[in-house]
Design a protein around this ligand. Structure first.
Ligand SMILES: [Zn+2]
Length: 476
């Protein structure tokens, strides 16, 4: 709603509802000029304003009567024996519920609740970047945190030590796990909640973003009877999604899938999942050696970090198991070198490694505000994105709209680079092999590098050149 030249502009899905419009005119004493808007958008705003903002201001009014800023004067509050806003207060309960449903709506991966000097900042990580979504009155911070601690069965009284907990929640009909972490910072307790959404972690391989040719190659790798398939990339590059989605594709009543994770990211009934506990010596390596007696067919190891785990993975592969795991390397070819560095001899890599996938996540252009534009090929080449041919390129970007919070992006997709560890590349894996030579051999065998895969997505109008540069900067 806004007032424009003495007229009240009202968004409505039904501009011909004269009765309702007459009611609004009577109440506001303004001439109404209706504009059409979708029902879901109007409903969202009503929820937001009358649900969330109403809860927040009602809670604020209630507690401001006590006259003390509880956030800044914690000790005073205790001395004065003054009640904190109770976490069970219905307004607080509603406000926290709203935060969760807003996060689900926006497909946020994390919710941060941060105490600042004068406010409580709520930020959400959406498509990989943090966005400030709310600034709440500071006096409500403790109540909101208490509500979350209550939901995740944490010790409400403990405010000086970090704590970890979990919340199970239903999103539509699906169970979503929320991992809660609290830590004391300068102005109070900071809460970060990670949303483990099965819709994101378990997808069809087809929807992850592989090109048709790469998908075929990848499926061939993960359907081999034995061998190691490694997925690499930095934190947050979607490795878990690739692994979980692959395991789901492979799962059937005829195979035993066992996972060793740190920690278990998401419970999936069809897998046998083991969480490592380094404190009692339950590590990737030790579990991997022990589960051989559990007759597994397919094993997923969260990460290969050390020689012990690498050796156990090689052993498992050589005794007829398919092993999926991750490694921290930037690209597919250097992963082979990482294995050599860890101390695996070349002849074992030859016989155990099936292939490597390097990946990154790029944000997809928002379908609601996508726009074409032209860009000079040379300008792009100067930035490091080379597209053969001449003449200007027709690219796309999002101009920003309400649906994408003016970012121009909505959702993410993977870009990949697949190294099938075939003979040409194998021959070059020796104690004194050379990264450049191996890259060249890999390309000859059909490896399409990450950046080129990204350029292909950009040319198809799925993402922007900025995104490709952002996620493949180290490959320039
Ligand atoms: Zn948009």
């Amino acid at each position: 709603m806004q007032i424009n030249g003495g007229k009240l502009v009202v968004a409505t899905p039904d501009p011909f509802n004269h009765e309702a419009i007459a009611d609004v005119q009577r109440v506001t004493n303004l001439k109404v000029s209706p504009i059409v808007s979708s029902k879901t958008d109007v409903a969202r705003f009503i929820r937001e304003f009358f649900g969330f903002h109403h809860s927040i201001s009602a809670a604020e009014n209630l507690f401001s009567q006590r006259g003390v800023d509880l956030g800044n004067l914690e000790r005073f509050v205790k001395l004065g024996n003054m009640d904190e806003p109770p976490a069970t207060d219905q307004h607080i309960v509603n406000a926290v519920d709203h935060l969760f449903s807003y996060a689900f709506d926006q497909k946020a991966s994390d919710i941060h609740i941060e105490p600042k000097r004068d406010i409580c900042l709520v930020r959400m990580r959406i498509d990989g970047a943090l966005h400030t979504v709310y600034k709440l009155p500071k006096k409500l911070h403790n109540a909101v945190v208490s509500r979350i601690k209550n939901l995740s069965a944490l010790d409400m009284a403990e405010k000086r030590r970090p704590q970890d907990g979990r919340i199970k929640m239903l999103k539509k009909d699906q169970e979503v796990e929320i991992r809660v972490s609290t830590i004391p910072v300068a102005f109070g307790e900071k809460v970060v909640m990670r949303i483990m959404d099965p819709e994101i972690l378990l997808q069809d391989l087809e929807s992850l973003g592989f090109t048709p040719a790469d998908l075929k190659k990848y499926k061939k790798l993960i359907t081999m009877p034995f061998g190691i398939v490694l997925v690499t990339g930095p934190t947050g590059s979607g490795k878990s999604t690739t692994l979980y989605s692959s395991l789901r594709m492979l799962s059937s009543p005829e195979v035993n899938i066992t996972t060793i994770e740190d920690p278990i990211e998401m419970i999936h009934e069809e897998f046998n999942q083991i969480g490592v506990q380094p404190a009692i010596d339950v590590t990737f390596g030790s579990v991997l050696r022990n589960i051989m007696r559990q007759d597994p067919d397919i094993i997923m190891v969260g990460e290969i970090r050390d020689l012990e785990t690498a050796q156990a993975a090689v052993q498992a592969a050589l005794t007829g198991h398919l092993v999926l795991s991750t490694l921290h390397t930037n690209d597919a070819v250097s992963t082979v070198f990482r294995l050599l560095d860890l101390g695996i001899p070349p002849y074992l890599i030859h016989s155990a490694l099936a292939g490597v996938v390097a990946q990154r996540l790029v944000r997809k252009i928002c379908p609601h505000c996508v726009q074409p534009f032209e860009m000079d090929r040379r300008e792009l080449a100067d930035l490091g994105l080379f597209v053969p041919g001449d003449g200007p390129l027709k690219l796309k970007h999002g101009k920003g709209c309400m649906k994408c919070r003016n970012t121009g992006y909505s959702g993410r997709a993977g870009i990949y680079e697949i190294l099938a560890y075939t003979r040409g590349v194998k021959q070059l894996t020796t104690r004194n092999s050379n990264l450049g030579d191996m890259r060249k051999a890999a390309r000859e065998q059909g490896l399409i590098p990450l950046r080129e895969n990204g350029i292909e997505k950009m040319l198809k109008g799925q993402t922007t050149y900025q995104e490709i540069l952002r996620v493949t900067w180290e490959q320039a």
